[in-house]
Design a protein. Structure first.
Length: 337
């Protein structure tokens, strides 16, 4: 089958949508499908994929790619890439990774247009919470993680306390973790932490740590990928995921759990589905609650180990094979409709 995957964000950018799109494209290509990925993301001249990547196509080229495809998969809905489907009707699947009405950068008007565009094809969702919020029909197809890379490494000492992984922007809440660490330090408990990621808030976050007197406790690594990221995660006991908004899901949580961390996340969106029985949930925008949960895990070895023991069974639900099976089945269903 000739499958056109549109993904507004894609490698070399780093994020959940980018990871999900690449995982799907690689999986479908490995099963013999002719896969092309279309993206608005600029490249770095280092593309080495087992599928074709077309970056920033013009309108004419995009229309030709849609005409040539047997089916189109939108890796989250994009008005920039969906318009040809109103001219050339092709089997279409829209995989939702964000809440339509609060899609970052879109605003309410675009959110409404995207909701109308969902009628052009079949819809699927990255979590039960996202499907319920969208109030649309379609299956839940959970994102997965690379189990070959993200795994426990017994040779790496688990010497640091807390890690944050994600874009350094206000939405993701890294400043909430820094506030929580400062509260613990004020109570006489200094923890070691690592902030992995890049983004516009790095300098403000470093300034916040200095202002609160905990700069020496926090290492900022910048972006890490692959083996380097997995090894870094293996050095930590806890992964903190404190977003201000609703995360549709969290591949970050899966990667942290797979590397042996216990998770602390917020009780919102799809995070409870990603974390499952492998960590604690707290209220959003509450540094005190986050600090309390982190301290509780470090002070209660039995509780900590109970979460770690639950991890293998939980992660078994998020294998690449299950993802590709579900996506293939939905593409075939869309084609038969």
């Amino acid at each position: 089958m000739r499958i056109l995957i549109t993904s507004f964000e894609f490698s070399p950018s780093i994020g959940g949508i980018e990871t999900a799109g690449e995982t799907l494209a690689r999986g479908l290509a490995a099963r013999g499908h002719d896969v092309t990925v279309v993206t608005a993301q600029e490249g770095n001249g280092a593309d080495d994929f087992p599928f074709r990547v077309v970056r920033q196509p013009g309108r004419g080229e995009l229309l030709r790619l849609v005409r040539a495809a047997d089916a189109v998969w939108q890796n989250h809905i994009s008005l920039r890439f969906i318009w040809p489907l109103a001219i050339v009707r092709k089997p279409l699947v829209i995989m939702h990774h964000l809440v339509l009405e609060t899609d970052v950068g879109s605003g309410p008007r675009h959110g409404m247009l995207k909701r109308l565009a969902c009628r052009l094809g079949h819809n699927a969702f990255a979590s039960e919470a996202l499907r319920a919020r969208a109030n649309l029909l379609g299956p839940v197809i959970y994102n997965t993680y690379d189990a070959a890379i993200f795994r426990e490494r017994p040779d790496i000492p688990r010497e640091r306390d807390v890690v944050f992984l994600g874009r350094l922007q206000t939405y993701k809440g890294p400043d909430i973790l820094i506030d929580a660490l400062a509260q613990l330090a004020q109570g006489g408990r200094r923890l070691t932490a690592t902030v992995i990621g890049s983004g516009p808030e790095r300098e403000p976050l470093e300034a916040q740590a200095r202002r609160l007197g905990i700069a020496e406790d926090i290492a900022f690594t910048g972006s890490l990928r692959g083996e380097a990221l997995a090894r870094a995660l293996n050095r930590h006991r806890i992964i903190a995921i404190p977003p201000r908004g609703e995360e549709a899901f969290s591949i970050t949580a899966l990667e942290g759990l797979a590397c042996g961390c216990v998770a602390v996340g917020t009780r919102s969106g799809g995070l409870p589905e990603a974390i499952g029985p492998c960590g604690l949930l707290v209220a959003q925008n509450d540094p005190a609650a986050l600090a309390q949960a982190i301290a509780r895990l470090l002070d209660d070895p039995a509780l900590y180990e109970s979460f770690r023991k639950a991890t293998p069974a939980h992660l078994a639900r998020f294998r690449n094979t299950a993802l590709i099976d579900a996506c293939e089945a939905l593409l075939k269903k869309a084609g038969a409709a």
